[in-house]
Structure formats: C-alpha cells, structure tokens
Design a protein around this ligand. Sequence first.
Ligand SMILES: NC(=O)c1ccc[n+]([C@@H]2O[C@H](COP(=O)([O-])OP(=O)(O)OC[C@H]3O[C@@H](n4cnc5c(N)ncnc54)[C@H](OP(=O)(O)O)[C@@H]3O)[C@@H](O)[C@H]2O)c1
Length: 259
Amino acid sequence: MNMFDLTGKVAIITGSTRGIGNAIAKTMAAMGASVVITGRKQAACDTAAQALIDQGYNALGVACEVTKAEDRTNLIEKTVAKYGRVDILVNNAGLGGQPKKMIDMDEQYFDNYVDADLKGLYFMSQLAAQQMKAQGREGAENPYRIINLSSAAGIKAPIGDTVYGSCKAAVTHLTKIMANELARFGILCNAVAPGYVLTDMTKDVMADEKNVAAVTRMISVRRYAQPEEIASVISFLCTPAAGYITGVLIPVDGGMTIN
Ligand SMILES: NC(=O)c1ccc[n+]([C@@H]2O[C@H](COP(=O)([O-])OP(=O)(O)OC[C@H]3O[C@@H](n4cnc5c(N)ncnc54)[C@H](OP(=O)(O)O)[C@@H]3O)[C@@H](O)[C@H]2O)c1
C-alpha cells in the first residue's frame, strides 16, 4: 500500500476556488482523490474544477455559501450523486483579514465571523459525519477524515482579532471534541493552524512593505508561507500514513507561535 496515496477517495474542500483551499484541491487531486471544489459562486467553482479536469483529474464544482443550511445540504447531496460517497471534508472556507478592535466592534461584524468561521464549519462537519456514518465503517483501516482550518491567531492573541482569533481557538477545541465523538464511526478529526500565508485574505496587509517587515520579524524562518505549504500538511493528514492521528492541532507557521 502506498501510504501517501488518496486514490479512490472523495474529498470536499470548502472555499477551494482560490487560496489555500485551491492548493489543497490541486494537491489531493494529484494524489488521486476526486475533489469537490466549492465557493460562493457556481461559475468560480466550475472554472476551478475544469482546470483540474483539463489535467486529467476528477473534479466537480458545487457552489456552497457555508453559512447557508440549504447550500451545505446541497453540497453533500451533489457530491454523493456524482461520486456515491464522502471520505474527506476539509473545512477551509472562512472569513478573515479585517482586524477590528473589540472596543469598536459592532454586532453584525461579530455575527459575520462567527457564522462563516465557526457555525458553518460546525454544521458542515455534522452533515459530513452523518453521511460517513451512514456509509459505514468500511474505512476502518483507512478512516474518514475531517480537517478544520484553525489559525495562529487562535493560538496567539493578536490585537484586533478578538472574533476571528476566538473562532479559530474554538475550532481547535471543537476538533478535539469531534475527534472523541466521531472516532467510533471511523472518522478522524484534526486541525491545522497556518501562520501567514500569501493569499487574497492577506494580500492587502502584505502590499505594505512595513507590514511585511513586521510580519516576517514574528516568524522564526523569516518568511511567510505559500498556500501549497499548508495544503501538503492537510493532504498528508488524509493519507493512510496519518491513520493514527486524531484530535490534534498542527501549527504550520514557520515557527510563528514559538517566537
Ligand atoms: N491566509 C492566511 O494567512 C491564513 C492564516 C491562518 C488561517 N487561514 C485560514 O485558511 C482558510 C483559507 O484562507 P485563505 O487565505 O485561502 O482565504 P482566501 O484566499 O480569502 O480564500 C477563501 C476561500 O473561501 C471561499 N469563501 C469565503 N467565504 C466563504 C463562505 N462564506 N462560504 C463559502 N466559501 C467561502 C472563497 O471563495 P469565493 O470567494 O469564490 O466564495 C475562497 O475560495 C481560512 O479558514 C482562513 O481563516 C488563512
């Protein structure tokens, strides 16, 4: 058995039209998985899926606003209709990049973050777990996987990230409880906490040289990450090689959270 192979696996990656999610979809497709690309607009999902199909991979685009219950249900249904099953869910979609101090924050801002970064992930996981449970424990030797995107902002306590950071810290704790609860159904749950990754989420901050200098000073390896460096760890967590890992948080941050 190739311990790093995903052939035959069906993976849903939320928020995979661009950024880290898209890098995860590309990596998993190259490792043999059939990938379901999601985002809020069907056209963007179709474009990203077609790019993989053009390379000979299996991909499907399904629009899903993770804050909407009907979209979450539709995502699972469309995946099962096309591929017959769900083996992997990566909860990657999220809102970030607009830090706001607690003292200035309004309730709408709070709700937007909690809905996208915590509630959507929670109920997306619930639906996937129900589907995996219904499929049975045929994955016992190579269990189903749910991977949640946390963040270094959920480990450190950056000013301006009260809501984002708290949601990401909650994601880490939720992952541990999910891991405990879902192990009996053959589902392993883990979280990954990126530090600074160059994507649309961070490009405005990183456009300013002063910010780049301040950010890189916080990182032991003195550079920020490319999306592929997060995708490789997440993809590894879904392989047979990681079949005995559950309930952990892996920081992928170039040493940011030990600095
Ligand atoms: N970039 C970083 O430095 C960093 C650091 C730590 C953690 N993270 C986490 O990593 C994950 C991905 O971040 P990223 O930097 O790749 O973000 P990004 O470049 O902004 O991409 C976000 C992706 O999620 C989708 N999306 C956004 N809101 C959504 C919603 N409500 N429902 C469904 N899809 C939605 C977007 O698709 P559409 O626009 O097409 O809908 C896009 O595909 C997030 O959970 C983020 O918190 C990122």
